[in-house]
Design a binder for this molecule. Sequence first.
Ligand code: EPS
Length: 419
Amino acid sequence: MLRLLTAGESHGPKLTAMIDGMPAGLSVDIAYIEAELAARQGGYGRSGRQKIEKDKIDITGGIRHGLTTGAPVCFEIQNRDHGNWTTVMNSAAIDLSALDEAGKKQIQDKRIERFRPGHADLSGTIKYRLKEVRDVLERSSARETAARVGAGSLAQLILRALGVKLTAHVVAIGPVSMNSLSREEQERIEAMDLGELLLASRDSSVYCPHEGLSEQMEATILQALKDGDSLGGVVRVLVDGLPPGLGSSFQWDRKLDGQLAQSLMSIQSAKAVEIGTGVENAALPGSLVHDAMHRDESGKSPCYYVGRKTNRCGGLEGGMTNGERLILHVYFKPIPTMKKGLPSLSFPAFTDSFAHYERSDVCAIPAASVVAGAMVSLTLANAFLDKFAADTMVDLQESVETYRQYVRNLTKGKVDNAP
Ligand code: EPS
């Protein structure tokens, strides 16, 4: 099992990630991981914080001479902004009377007393019996997603070595959505190779593969900035090359659709996950929903001789992959930190006030697309390792290839399927 743990506060010295269960012999492309980290920092609508940070990965365990060793992989990402927060974020016990004037001012200025509706502030302060809101804010901050992207990029290297292609891009920002494009235009984008689609998205300032819409999205973000408001949006993750049978339908916690939804819903601000055309399907009769099968004599369908004309189920049936493209949409709420603060309460007196504001992203949906891709990569790499338990990449690649050959022969209709 591939298990990720992260630690570190938004303005603390660094983020730390530990991944247990990485197979040995994975060639680690640091430049690729750092390009993903840079992509997560980018996108139109980010706050001034990203001008301070320059996320780099410092490996502290599990990788030697460019290859994973099979030991837990551990890495750190420095928070450059911490230099401005050394007194506020110091782990040592603090004696206010012993601080100089500058230290006292730093502590006072950074004290947070007014809850932001929509953030973890209220529940976390109550739950952990905190003395001020900052202690919950620091860890619930989406700064933590830098660690997820570092780990997810490693997982994506596993997927690449298994011939799997993954792309994540922005579909909507606020009211501006790819759904407004003509059917032909949407089909043109859907037909693109996932590598090309990723390049086209990353070319855009908002990671949307459609040029005209990207401009509209940028204008919408600019307007929200002027209004002191924030914006949410929708992100799409697409994956090609998954063999049928990843996941399981036999136990609730082993269903891959459930695991994907959990990993995506855990991203800060994510509020809904859709698989295939899941939302629309609920209102249609089964005959218009399920993806009919036919024999594809060429054997070149994603599930070899099993052809499908539609993929409304988004590549998942019965909690397992079915060989077709995986299609996921993640819906994010707008960021709760807004210049235009909402009515709220002040801690500890619980008197009427307005939500705290210091600085914030206006829109982090482009960054969220990178994080969503990372979370799906981790979940899928884990699903591969669950089905094809392997200590090394060579063993994993061999087992997956043998299985693919079996599926090809089976769907041709020529093989005895006895276990
Ligand atoms: C965040 C608030 C902002 C974001 C931060 C997430 O940080 P700050 O309060 O320092 O301006 O920039 O995200 C990152 C630092 C990052 O790297 O993604 C929040 O409250 O969630």
